[in-house]
Ligand binder design. Structure first.
Ligand SMILES: Cc1ncc(COP(=O)(O)O)c(C=O)c1O
Length: 451
């Protein structure tokens, strides 16, 4: 195996230090859950090796979601990540081929590459709404295909394929002599129009993968699973799990079983939070002409990009975004895509952090404008240089022109001639005040790269 660290992990906020980030828009989950919220009684738990397939009650709860599935169709793993690793390494060798959508959660591309398998990318395009076309899947399949790999809802775009499309791809796989279908269902609980059927219920050739990390906000217990009705195959996956881990942590599994029991009472509020976050981002995108996106249909992330006519220096954009505004997103290179795209997570930050982070994206985009900067001609009140540049450009759609900028604490507030609030932008800390004095100055040395 040719291992190398993936940028999405090496550059993740938890590796980088959460304390260095003010607005974290890089996450792909809802807020992390404190253990106390689950009220789990662990004192009598015996710290033994658990059931190798996973705690029976937990497997039963997972299987209950899929008509026709039973606990023996489930293998519990430490996170969806381990399930994906087990599946890829069990089914692919250097002489095999895989068809996989791109962009994708990086592991779904990286592990097959590390194995040395031939990776045939199904490149999704924003122009098509990030849709997966079964005809294009068929074109990429060859007699050597062992796995067709989908992620629904999709990371990083939030796209959700219609059920007939999924069934068509299941049909393609079933007609192939040796291919199997992998569906990464890690965001399934957060499908806005209602979830697709579990892949494992659709075919014996299909394998589903999911976890408690995303919708449930429990990435710290590292509980995921795979589901398949192909029992000999599951036995092979179990052999792989035993060689790597023997079994999961019994502590994690006990907490997971309680989390499953609490899902009906916890999930409505979680889904409400996601809806509100999505509305906030929708309003922000529609407010100006810097960014565009295909609105997500599920999950907690979207994959906006700079509009083609925005002349931004993206490296400077990401540096300013972090150095000046303490804000992080997932830059396109985490997903093998142009850095003009970025993954924006709207389910993790608080409402205030999300608003501030979005305003920071706007401000950093303007400050990283890669074209001659206009002079700030009117500067009233406590005008703050680069904010003025933005307003000079009148990039905000359907909004009154800003006539006055007032600095209020850590914010710059732009007011119309009538005194109405038009824009609110977070300002950097005291270190940056000097740099913001002059509007026509370049952004200066932005310091070390952060992405
Ligand atoms: C699509 C997808 N699959 C799997 C994972 C891995 O999640 P975990 O191992 O925490 O369950 C992630 C994490 O971001 C993901 O986005």
């Amino acid at each position: 195996m040719d291992y190398r660290r993936m940028p999405i992990e090496a550059e993740s906020p938890e590796q980088f230090g959460y304390d260095r980030v003010r607005s974290n828009l890089a996450e792909s989950s809802v807020p992390d859950t404190p253990l106390r919220d689950l009220s789990v009684a662990l004192d009598d738990l015996v710290l033994m090796y658990g059931d190798h397939r996973g705690r029976p009650g937990l497997r039963a709860a997972i299987a209950a979601d899929g008509p026709g599935l039973g606990p023996d169709d489930v293998l519990v793993t430490p996170g969806a990540a381990a399930a994906l690793f087990i599946i890829h390494t069990s089914l692919l060798g250097p002489d095999d081929e895989l068809v996989v959508v791109r962009p994708n959660y990086a592991t779904n591309l990286e592990t097959p590459r590390a194995i040395g398998a031939t990776v045939r990318h199904l490149d999704l395009r924003p122009e098509d709404g990030w849709a997966v076309e079964p005809d294009r899947v068929a074109e990429l399949m060859t007699p050597k295909t062992r796995l067709v790999s989908l992620t629904v809802p999709h990371n990083p775009t939030g796209a959700v394929m219609p059920e007939p499309v999924l069934r068509e791809i299941v049909g393609l796989v079933e007609r192939h002599p040796s291919a199997r279908l992998l569906v990464d269902e890690t965001y399934r609980e957060m499908t806005f129009g209602g979830p697709l059927p579990l892949a494992a219920t659709l075919s014996e050739r299909a394998i589903g993968v999911s976890s408690l990390s995303k919708a449930d906000g429990l990435p710290g217990i590292r509980i995921g699973w795979l589901t398949t009705r192909d029992r000999p195959l599951l036995e092979r996956f179990l052999a792989a799990k035993e060689q790597i881990l023997i079994t999961n942590s019994v502590v994690d599994e006990a907490i997971a079983e309680v989390a499953f029991a609490r899902r009906p009472e916890r999930m409505p509020a979680i889904l409400d939070g996601i809806r509100v976050g999505l509305q906030t981002v929708r309003a922000w995108i529609g407010d100006h002409e810097l960014f565009e996106w295909v609105e997500p249909r599920g999950g907690v992330v979207g994959f906006p990009r700079f509009r083609a006519d925005v002349p931004v220096d993206v490296d400077r954009f990401y540096r300013i975004l972090f150095e000046r505004y303490g804000t992080v997103v997932g830059p396109g290179h985490w997903f093998d895509q142009s850095r003009r795209h970025f993954r924006l997570g709207y389910g993790w930050p608080t409402a205030v952090d999300l608003e501030q982070g979005l305003a920071a994206l706007t401000a950093a985009a303007v400050e990283a404008w890669d074209a001659p900067r206009p002079k700030a001609t009117r500067r009233r009140g406590a005008a703050v240089g680069n904010v003025m540049v933005e307003l000079e450009r009148q990039i905000f759609r359907d909004q009154p022109r800003v006539e006055e900028i007032v600095q209020s604490g850590s914010e710059a507030v732009g007011l119309s001639g009538d005194g109405d609030l038009v824009i609110r932008l977070p300002l950097a800390g005291p270190d940056d005040q000097g740099r913001q004095e002059s509007a026509d100055e370049p952004a200066g040395d932005p310091g070390p790269a952060v992405d």
